[in-house]
Structure formats: C-alpha cells, structure tokens
Write a protein that binds this ligand. Structure first.
Ligand code: FAD
Length: 452
C-alpha cells in the first residue's frame, strides 16, 4: 500500500519494499567513483550508527576500497527501517520483516559490527573514539570516521510527561514493541502530535483488532499541517473518525496526570479538559544525536555542521543523515553515499537537499505533498481542483509553483515536483496549473532525449 523505493540495496534484498512517505529519486553509486584499491591497503574506517546512513556508507566504502578495514559501531543490534515501525505495531511485519538488508549484510561486506555499544567521546587529535559496551569503556582508533548517529524523539517539558510510565516515543524498534505490548491492555490510548510520526503510530494502532479508544491531539487546526491543507487533512480525519478515532484539534497538553504508581492516567488539555489515558505515544519532533561530539571541537548547530562533501570542520571526520539536522531517509542515503565516496578518496558533492516531498497513504488514501503549502501572507495565489475523491491544490507566486498537493489521483506529480524544486517560472501558471502536460516542460533534444 505504500510506495516503493528504489535504493542501492536492491541486490541485497529481493523484496526491497521499504516504505517511504518521502519519495526519493533513484540512488546510484556516483559515476565518478574511484576504482577499487589493492588488498594491501588497510585504511580503517569507523562508522558510528547502523541505520540507513551507516549501512549506505558501508556498502559504498566496500565498493570503493576492497582492502579497507570497516568497523561499524552502534547502539542498535538490528538494522531496520524506521519508516516501517508502524507495521511492527500493527503486527503486519516482524523485526526481520522491517530489515532493509539481508541478515548477513555485515559479513558479506566484510565489516566488523560492534552492536549494543554507545559512543561517548570523539578525540580528533588522537584519532580515537571512546565507547561503552557491557558496562566497560573501550577505545577504537580510526583513520577516517563517519558519524551517522541519527536523531531521537524530542519529549517536550510538559508537567509529568518525562517521568510518567506507559509513555512512549516512536523512534526505535524498542518503542514500537513497547507500544504494541502496552496496547494489548490499554483502554484509552492517546497520541500526542499529529505529524507524520504520530500519524504512523495511529495508523499502526488502528489496525489492531480490539484496540482501546484512540485519541489524537493536534496542536494546529488540522492533522499533518506541514504537509496538508484543511481539505486534504479532512479526508484523513474523516476516515480515522469512521474508525472511532477522536481528534482534538488546536489543543496542547498542559499536564500529564499520573496515578500513585507513576503511570499516566490522563492528559489535561488546559481549562481542565481531561482525556483519560493509560498509554501515551509522544510524537512531538526530533533532535539530532549530537551529544557524542561534545568537547571534540566538531562544530554543530541544529545538527553536526557539514560541507557539501559531508566533511565536518575536523580532518578525516565526516557526518551524514539525521545527525546533520536533516530528517528524511532519501537525504540520509545520499549524504552517506557522498561522504563515503570522499572518505575513500573519490570526489562527490551533495547537490540535492530538497526535503519537502512527502508521499503518504493512510487508510487507503494516497497523497503527495510538495514544497510549502501554507503561504506566509496573502500575496500568494491558492488554487484548488476537486473531482470526486481526487483533490489538487497549488500555491503560486509570480508564476512560480511554491507548493502542491495531490490526493486520490497522484499520477503525474513528477513534473510538478520539478517545478517546485527548481523554482521554474511558467507563464500564466495560475490559469493553467491543473492542465499542464509534459509537453509544457520538455523539449526533445537532437539525440531523442527529453530536456527541460
Ligand atoms: C516512525 C518514523 C517514520 C518515518 N517515516 C519516514 C518516511 O516515511 N520517509 C522518510 O523519508 N523518512 C521517514 N522517517 C525518518 C527516517 O527514518 C530517518 O530520516 C532515517 O532513519 C535517518 O537515518 P540515519 O541513518 O541518519 O539515523 P537513524 O535512523 O536515527 O540511526 C542512527 C543510528 O545511530 C546509532 N547511534 C545513535 N547514537 C549512538 C551512539 N552514541 N553510539 C553508537 N551508536 C549510536 C543508532 O543505534 C542507529 O543505529 C521516519 C522516522 C520515524 C521515526
């Protein structure tokens, strides 16, 4: 039901149906990659993190440097797609079923994987990292280091929220398993936050037979306010409503009520409006995992600062993925591929940082949202088109498409994505935005290929 992704793991897992709300473009190993080095070359690459960025780096490094020593170190003991955690909650998939590479990926890549280990410190001067495993502190030397420590759920400072029991974020496998287990006994389940992660949690829970009462708290006037306008959001709100989900819009939790054992028992929405709750899922944003670089001199802002080659300000230290302050799978893949190529002596740059495309399919309604769909002022044109369950919406300024939503019929969104991404000016766009054809964008080159 979710769109399929083409990625560089195609050969590792025939199934290869990792699901994504952000449709990526096809990822290929850069054409300018350098050839394999000799077997005698023993550069030691250390990669922190074993998710999509870390795994992509392993694969790219091994392709480019056959003789290298590759060591991956991660808190995780499984490789899996976070985008599929809702399938674990619903029970439609197992842990093995959300792995996006073969079980013996690391062995096949001849990489050493230190699992269940937490990197505590990075020492760029002596080219070492310190990590903790099984209660012991260890050191590891590197020639080149890649940090792909990702992000973690942000839990806001609402009274009692951080201390209460039966409260889960949704970031890791352990969170999904915890939610699924507790959902068996919970009578009143509340999801705090109606962004993509919150909606994933809801979509997983709503599929469970005999599930308790489900409530969703949205801080705005609609769910998915970054991706959808009121009408597109309403299509989902109505569908979830038919499944018995109660949605509280324009509401923020002011306090979490707890019982004598410290377990959550209710959510105060302000003005003493209380929702009963014995299981709470918190999906209120993420923060990059940058604690491990503290004191190392590696520069950070929202995440670790990198240049277009994936390099940090410290020699031989690179970073990629959510730890750099980005938040989507395709960009983590691309950044890791670029960083690993440069680590191995090749040359690659990150050209495409476009993050604003989301493809979703909750309860059988497909939607694609591109760019900024909430204009900041009234100098933008907003145009809509409805045909039964099919809906389109466009935000235009000065003949440039700023944002676009297609719901129901999502065919033909590729050219619109290009218009938004490349900020292409189209004469009289507002008059014909829903009637554009491929011929409006492409011309045929002498060799028969299309070009803009
Ligand atoms: C529920 C959910 C749904 C999502 N859906 C989508 C979607 O539909 N489309 C999309 O594009 N994106 C989606 N995302 C975001 C996507 O999953 C992330 O962009 C992606 O996982 C980032 O990969 P990463 O490798 O940078 O980091 P992460 O996946 O966060 O992995 C970080 C790795 O670093 C390790 N680590 C962290 N700290 C340390 C440390 N100190 N020492 C050792 N190891 C450490 C962790 O164990 C882990 O292996 C979703 C995320 C969630 C949570």
């Amino acid at each position: 039901m979710f769109d399929k992704i083409k990625n560089i793991f195609k050969s590792d897992k025939e199934e290869n149906n990792v699901t994504h709300k952000n449709a990526p473009k096809e990822v290929t190993v850069p054409a300018h990659k350098i050839g394999p080095k000799s077997q005698d070359d023993t550069t030691t690459y250390v990669i922190i993190g074993a998710s999509i960025a870390g795994v992509t780096a392993v694969k790219t490094l091994r392709e480019l440097d056959k003789g290298a020593k590759i060591i991956v170190i991660s808190k995780d003991e499984n490789i899996y797609s976070r985008c599929m955690l809702h399938h674990l909650i619903s029970g439609h998939r197992t842990i093995e079923g959300i792995n996006f590479v073969d079980g013996d990926f690391m062995e096949k890549q001849n990489a050493t994987w230190i699992k269940k280990a937490t990197v505590k410190e990075i020492d760029p001067n002596n080219k070492k990292i310190k990590y903790e495993k099984d209660g012991k502190e260890e050191e590891l030397a590197y020639d080149k280091l890649l940090i792909t420590s990702g992000a973690n759920a942000f839990v806001p400072p609402v009274k009692n929220l951080r201390e209460a029991k039966n409260v889960y974020p949704l970031r890791n496998i352990e969170d999904a398993i915890g939610i699924k287990e507790q959902a068996k006994y919970a009578k009143n389940i509340v999801i705090m936050g109606a962004g993509l992660v919150g909606m994933d949690a809801l979509a997983g829970l709503v599929e469970i037979d005999g599930i308790g009462n489900l409530s969703l708290i949205a801080s705005e006037d609609r769910i998915l306010d970054k991706q959808l306008d009121v009408k597109a959001a309403k299509a989902y709100e109505d569908k979830f409503g038919q499944k018995g989900v109660k949605i509280y819009k324009n509401r923020m939790a002011s306090e979490v009520l707890i019982d004598e054992d410290g377990k959550v028992k209710g959510i105060n929405l302000g003005n003493d409006e209380i929702i009963d709750c014995d299981l709470l899922v918190v999906s209120t944003g993420v923060r990059s995992n940058i604690g491990l670089v503290e004191g190392s001199g590696i520069e950070t802002e929202k995440g670790i600062k990198i240049n277009e080659k994936g390099e940090t300000n410290k020699p031989d230290i690179y970073a990629a993925g959510d730890v750099t302050g980005t938040g989507i799978w395709p960009l983590a893949t691309k950044q890791a591929e670029v960083a690993a190529t440069n680590m191995a002596g090749g040359e690659a740059v990150i050209e495409d940082r476009f993050e604003f495309k989301n493809t979703m399919n909750f309860l059988g309604i497909p939607t694609v949202s591109v760019g900024f769909i909430t204009p900041p002022d009234d100098t933008y044109d907003i145009l809509t088109y409805t045909d039964g369950d099919n809906y389109k919406m466009a935000v235009i300024k000065d003949d440039v498409l700023i944002g676009f939503i297609a719901q129901g019929d999502i065919s033909y969104v590729g050219p619109y994505t290009q218009l938004v991404k490349e900020k292409i000016k189209v004469d009289n766009l507002a008059e014909r935005v829903f009637e554009l054809g491929y011929s409006d964008f492409f011309k045929i080159k002498e060799d028969g290929q299309f070009e803009w």
